[in-house]
Design a binder for this molecule. Sequence first.
Ligand code: DAH
Length: 373
Amino acid sequence: MTKIQQDLEDLTQKATSALIACEDAAALEAWRVAYIGRSGLIPGLLRNIKDLSDEEKRTVGSAANALKRELEEKYQEQLHVIEKGASTRGVQATNCKLQAGGGHLHPLTLTLNRVHEIFSAMGFIIADGPEVEEVKFNFDLLNTPAEHPARGAGDTFMVDPMSVNGAEDLVLRTQTSPMQIRSVAAMQLHPPFSVIAPGRVFRKEKVDATHESTFHQFEGLSISETTSIADFKSVIETFFSAFFHADVVIRLRPSYFPFVEPGFEVDMSCVFCKDGCRVCKHTKWIEVMGAGMVHPNVLKNMNIDPDKYQGYAFGGAIDRLAMIQYGINDIRLFWSGDVRFLRQFDRVIPAKAGIQVDPPSRRAGVDAGSSPA
Ligand code: DAH
């Protein structure tokens, strides 16, 4: 038996037993990527065939192709089993919970509530706005250049104007940043003010363990005559320290967002290690949000005089905070409706008012497969 034939046989064994062990959609997807996906082991093996003699190419090639077909079929079967199983399990678990008289909050709601609480305690007003947004608010008034790639149908979900009686150009908002303009107008805010707007956003993303086509952001805006980057740094350090119950330091890296100047990416010091770990990818820093000083054009679009007032804006992702906090390793779990995942949060006590209320153990023990921590 040649080496490649032996490899093929080993791989068959490994792939089959790993497939049977997949108990949920996330594990099955990881299996698909690892074995039969484009960069998976089986296509990898097929690529190596080119180095064999013609005779071997024929025998090994047809065996590998047959294996690939077989695994694809088994994958479909397993997918069917999981989908069927999940829906039955879901119903039973829901009934159980109903009989027991209790449900509990979704991890994203828990995280969102915590964000509300901490910013409210620091004097931020909370604002809410539409998920179907006018192009004007999502891009134009935020100083976004006409040729910016995010404006295209490749990145953004466009709303068919016919479905809304030919109203303004509409999109599913790609960010909560339009709430900067909207909240100032809707609440007639005059500086000094600080506002926070959490909400759901939508993007044409290729969905994988770290990307979803819909997720949640929180947008912050704070304006006065003197608001500075130092104020931003202090507020955001206070926020992350309260959120993670740790002494968090942040650092700013220069970046570009059309609605701020200067703009920066914000990293927080890793709250799980001192010397590097999986969560911080051994860098000791975790990227947490984008931010900057509000661009004068955007201030003008808010009817605020840029010669008199200044301030900062920031936007972070609630889903990402929840993943870091609870050690969740696959963003798709949030929308999976899988009760085996959700049930793990019935132990999590909803936070009460005040910014230092939760025991540090809140992030413990919630894992969906292996925890990144
Ligand atoms: N809207 C940006 C995004 O979704 C995030 C962001 C960056 C918001 C910088 C801000 C900011 O307010 O100043 O990627």
